[in-house]
Design a protein around this ligand. Structure first.
Ligand code: FES
Length: 172
């Protein structure tokens, strides 16, 4: 384990994070180390690093953000600010299957809210939530540029169109 990862391990196991010790002990430090190993230390590589980390962990764990601060020699506050600024990033784990319902005008007028309500009911979730077992995440997005197919949603990034509340089940 590199000195950097060792340092982060120490940080996240300090009293400051004592409430999350169990979760931290399960953290995959090896994957984080692999991600950092392939990343130059210039700050301009922070965003690509965060993108790869988001893909790997389905969110940006605080261990990764602290490691990034040390790796890029940036204040942790700046790394956390970047991580929380972009909607593409999440500080909490997203579902394995991510369903995003379009809330743009065309979709809204053609039944998007009813599709969203149907999904919320079937999953027992509200927009913005992830199921307790981590299988599903439900989100909203603005216009996807596929208005001719309205109402639309994406499933893991793939666009599905002409949805109805009944057809919403096909997305699961
Ligand atoms: S408004 Fe939904 S794709 Fe354009």
């Amino acid at each position: 384990m590199s000195r950097l990862i060792h340092f982060c391990h120490f940080l996240v196991n300090s009293d400051y994070f004592v409430g999350n010790i169990r979760a931290m002990s399960q953290f995959d430090f090896q994957t984080l180390e692999d991600l950092l190993a392939g990343t130059p230390t210039e700050p301009r590589h922070l965003l690509p690093f965060l993108q790869r980390t988001q893909e790997k962990f389905r969110h940006l764990p605080r261990e990764a953000l602290l490691a990034a601060a040390a790796h890029f020699s940036l204040p942790a506050s700046r790394v956390f600010a970047v991580a929380s600024f972009y909607k593409a990033f999440s500080l909490v784990p997203k579902g394995e299957r991510l369903i995003a319902v379009c809330q743009g005008t065309a979709c809204h007028l053609r039944g998007g809210p009813q599709v969203a309500a149907s999904l919320e009911k079937r999953l027992g979730l509200k927009i913005g939530q992830t199921s307790a077992d981590g299988r599903y995440g439900l989100e909203s997005v603005n216009c996807l540029g596929a208005c001719a197919l309205a109402p639309v949603a994406t499933v893991d990034g793939a666009v599905r169109g002409h949805l109805t509340p009944g057809r919403a089940a096909e997305l699961l």
